[in-house]
Design a protein around this ligand. Structure first.
Ligand code: NIG
Length: 399
């Protein structure tokens, strides 16, 4: 692949280990990786040159939570909610029925459409979950379709107890034959630990089964009320607990402690992934971002695109909401939507097979977005305005 110099960057937010922000900067991309970063005036030559004419650049968004293998539409449920009906986990069943009825081609096309929509808004890494199949064949089909398109795929057979099933029996199915079938196609397992979905004991059963299959752990927790989700996630050293709308002081303490317990605080511990677009769409209180950050918890932001609780792929919308409504600073929100997402997926440190994502530093994957604005602050300063100008993913320009 020819090397490329991206230059004349007015503001370059690196999210590197020193959290540097450079001005009048340039980046050199080689073989899909960042090869060099520094002052534009000192940039080395490259095969190709792209002048971004005084725009801002930052890492592509790392969206660490979505549910994109689905069919059907729940706009009527959304409309009812906007008229005062509460959000209930049971709505998931509507999408399960539509997803089971859809063909592979329909599911694949829908998934690709949403990936492309996200990429056109600066997302360069997406996780997605299964969870709208809820039987062995349908979950396996969802996992296979997802793994062909994305690198982070999460098995969420424990999304809801399907209509008519017994909860304990279904939990055993998820942790047994369903997981046996799906595990070769996913790298994560997740459970919706919430009243109306799975209790602490059932959730622990699912996580333990996931561990035996060598999968990384994630938890949906504390979305609709206080509950055992966060404590369970920390107990099992899950990479992330997602939603976190209703947290007790003890939950926040546990999350902060998980960070200091792991690697003297150098690693992220269990990341609290906040989903502000979902909070708006379900009219839940926002997750307590300020309290989490002030306690030293690692926070990620994600879009949670799904047809029920958060039908958006827009990370710029998420970042603007986090700043304008959740009292996060611009730098905190940008970090949480890039490096924080990478930490929630345990990908912020590269390995031999998989370069680091979520930051721009030599050796990291060349996942870069350029904004049609002189600084990244414009993402919150000009909310709702499409600012994505250019996107490189693994060194390839995709927008
Ligand atoms: O993350 N909370 C559970 N799962 C999804 C919602 C799925 C749905 O309503 O279809 C979420 O919000």
């Amino acid at each position: 692949m020819p090397s490329e110099l991206i230059t004349n960057i007015a503001e370059l937010t690196t999210m590197d280990d020193e959290d540097r922000q450079l001005h009048d900067a340039a980046v050199v991309v080689e073989d899909g990786l960042i090869a060099w970063i520094g002052a534009a005036a000192e940039a080395p030559d490259a095969d190709r040159r792209t002048d971004v004419a005084g725009r801002a650049a930052l890492p592509g968004w790392v969206d660490s939570h979505s549910h994109l293998v689905f069919a059907g539409d729940r706009s009527a449920e959304f409309e009812a909610r906007m008229s005062g009906a509460p959000y209930q986990a049971g709505g998931i069943q509507t999408t399960v029925t539509a997803t089971r009825a859809a063909s592979d081609d329909e599911l694949r096309a829908n998934l690709r459409r949403h990936i492309s929509e996200a990429q056109h808004q600066g997302t360069t890494w997406l996780e997605t979950k299964t969870g709208y199949g809820l039987d062995v064949d349908s979950e396996l089909r969802s996992a296979r379709i997802a793994e062909a398109e994305l690198d982070d795929v999460t098995f969420l057979g424990a999304h809801l107890v399907p209509q008519g099933a017994d909860a304990d029996e279904y939990t055993r199915l998820v942790a047994g034959p369903m997981l046996d079938a799906v595990a070769p196609h996913v790298n994560w397992i997740d459970v919706f630990c919430e009243r109306g979905a799975f209790d602490a004991e059932q959730s622990a059963h699912v996580l333990e089964a996931g561990l035996r299959h060598g999968l990384g752990l994630r938890v949906h927790g504390n979305q609709l009320g206080e509950g055992p989700g966060v404590a369970l996630a920390v107990e099992y050293s899950a990479a992330s607990v997602d939603h976190c709308n209703y947290l007790s002081a003890e939950d926040i303490r546990l999350l902060a402690e998980s960070r200091s317990a792991s690697d003297g605080g150098a690693s992220a511990g269990t990341v609290a992934t906040l989903l502000p677009a979902c909070d708006l769409s379900t009219r839940q209180p926002f997750g307590p971002a300020r309290e989490l950050l002030d306690a030293g918890v690692t926070v990620a932001l994600a879009a949670n695109c799904n047809p029920g609780s958060s039908y958006t792929t827009s990370m710029p919308f998420v970042v603007a909401t986090a700043v304008l409504q959740m009292r996060m600073t611009i730098r905190e929100a940008l970090w949480a939507a890039t490096r924080g997402g990478a930490k929630a997926l345990r990908r912020d440190r590269g390995t031999a097979d998989s370069p680091a994502i979520g930051s721009l530093q030599p050796g990291a994957r060349a996942d870069i977005q350029v904004l049609d604005a002189p600084s990244a602050a414009h993402l919150a300063y000009r909310p709702g305005v499409p600012l994505t100008w250019d996107v490189w993913r693994g060194g390839h320009r995709i927008v």
